[in-house]
Unconditional design. Structure first.
Length: 148
C-alpha cells in the first residue's frame, strides 16, 4: 500500500489528489475482482452514469467522466462485448449514437451497488458531514481555478 510522505509541500495539490485517486481506484479494482465482478472503476463510472440517466450520447459520457473520445469508445466497446451496453442510432442523425444499458447491465449495477456504497463509506470513515462539505468545496474550487 501507499504511505504518506512526511516532508511534502502541502500546496502540491496535484500530488495529493493523484495519490488519493490512485489508492481509491486500486481499492475499487481489488474489491470488484474479489467480489467476482469483471469491471474496472472506469467502466463502473460509465455503467452508473447510464443507470442514473440511460440513453446518453458518447460525448455526454466523455464529458461526465472526463475521458477523451477514444478512451470512452474503448470502454463502451468492452462494455458492449460483455453485453452490458448497446449503441443505438439516433433517428435523423446517422452519425449520432445513444448508449443504453441492457437488462444485463441494469442487473450488474444493481448487484454491484451495495459494494460501491460500502467502498464510498470506507472513504468517509472517521470524517464528518462538515468534513465532506469542506472537501467538496475545496476540490470544486481547485477545479474551477484550473478550468478558467
Amino acid at each position: 500500500m501507499f504511505t504518506v510522505m512526511e516532508n511534502h509541500d502541502p500546496k502540491r495539490i496535484g500530488y495529493l489528489l493523484e495519490r488519493t485517486t490512485r489508492i481509491i481506484k486500486l481499492s475499487y479494482s481489488q474489491s470488484f475482482k474479489s467480489a467476482g465482478f469483471d469491471i474496472t472503476p472506469e467502466q463502473w463510472v460509465i455503467l452508473e452514469s447510464l443507470y442514473l440517466n440511460n440513453g446518453q450520447s458518447q460525448n455526454d459520457l466523455a464529458e461526465y467522466s472526463f475521458k477523451d473520445a477514444p478512451t470512452i469508445s474503448r470502454i463502451l466497446d468492452l462494455l458492449g462485448t460483455k453485453g452490458y451496453t448497446i449503441r443505438e442510432e439516433v433517428k435523423g442523425d446517422k452519425r449520432a449514437r445513444k448508449i443504453t444499458l441492457t437488462e444485463k447491465g441494469h442487473q450488474l449495477v444493481t448487484q454491484m451497488q451495495p459494494l460501491v456504497d460500502e467502498l464510498r463509506e470506507q472513504g468517509w470513515n472517521e470524517l464528518t458531514d462538515e468534513d465532506h462539505q469542506t472537501l467538496v468545496r475545496i476540490v470544486d474550487q481547485v477545479f474551477q481555478n484550473y478550468n478558467n
